[in-house]
Ligand binder design. Structure first.
Ligand SMILES: C[S@@+](CC[C@H](N)C(=O)[O-])C[C@H]1O[C@@H](n2cnc3c(N)ncnc32)[C@H](O)[C@@H]1O
Length: 205
């Protein structure tokens, strides 16, 4: 989907992804000491805003104007406009904010492999020594037995796709690379989405 398609997705009255943080972002980053964090493809800002409420200085980037406007509003509603800024930008092709960051989040950025690889390598390039990068995504297994995300196999991936994308960085230590399950409420009861969760830490040389 291009930026215009995402803008169209964000025109309804409700937040598409809700105001609460993604459960894996909260679990994996919630206990880290706050520092500078960047959320790439931040959408409506749920993760960056939540992290700002936890003391982080957060930056979010998304190429959808509608998403960034919504993220600004979410930050205002949460009273954290002094701790979080949102910028319009393409995380594959465009300029990115200046690092380093103590943490980098990439959540549900579903792109064909070459663009995903570029985005993830750029994301890793923003990490400070000792910093943590968290990637959460819709897993390829959702095609056969899950409910999460797009049904296009070309933009779904697996934990080892992420670690392979980052394999040229020997300074990155893979702390977690696994499939995780996320309950999704539906009209006929709860179903399960299969997600990718990869957490890496940049070694302190
Ligand atoms: C499924 S949403 C996830 C939003 C957010 N990370 C979250 O978890 O709530 C994917 C987001 O990626 C953004 N996106 C897709 N491709 C992008 C690109 N090349 N540069 C910046 N943002 C992009 C879309 O605009 C959309 O907001």
């Amino acid at each position: 989907m291009d930026a215009a398609a995402w803008d169209a997705r964000y025109t309804g009255s409700d937040l598409v992804w809700g105001a609460a943080p993604n459960q894996f972002v909260a679990a994996e980053l919630g206990e880290l000491p706050p520092g500078r964090i960047i959320d790439l493809a931040c959408g409506e800002g749920r993760n960056a805003v939540w992290l700002a409420t936890r003391g982080w200085r957060a930056t979010g980037v998304d190429f959808s104007t509608a998403a960034v406007l919504r993220a600004d509003r979410l930050a205002a509603d949460a009273g954290v406009t002094d701790r979080v800024t949102f910028a319009l930008g393409d995380v594959v092709d465009g300029p990115l904010p200046t690092g380093p960051f103590d943490a980098v989040v990439v959540a549900y950025l579903q792109l064909p492999a070459p663009r995903r690889r570029t985005a993830l390598r750029r994301a890793a390039g923003l990490l400070a020594a000792g910093g943590t990068m968290l990637v959460v995504a819709h897993d390829s297994d959702n095609i056969t037995h899950g409910v999460g995300g797009p049904q296009d196999p070309a933009v779904l991936y697996a934990p080892n796709d992420v670690t392979n994308d980052l394999a040229d960085r020997p300074d990155l230590v893979v702390e977690k690379a696994e499939q995780v399950h996320r309950p999704v409420p539906g009209p006929d009861g709860e179903r399960t989405a299969v997600d990718v969760l990869v957490r890496v830490r940049r070694a302190i040389s």
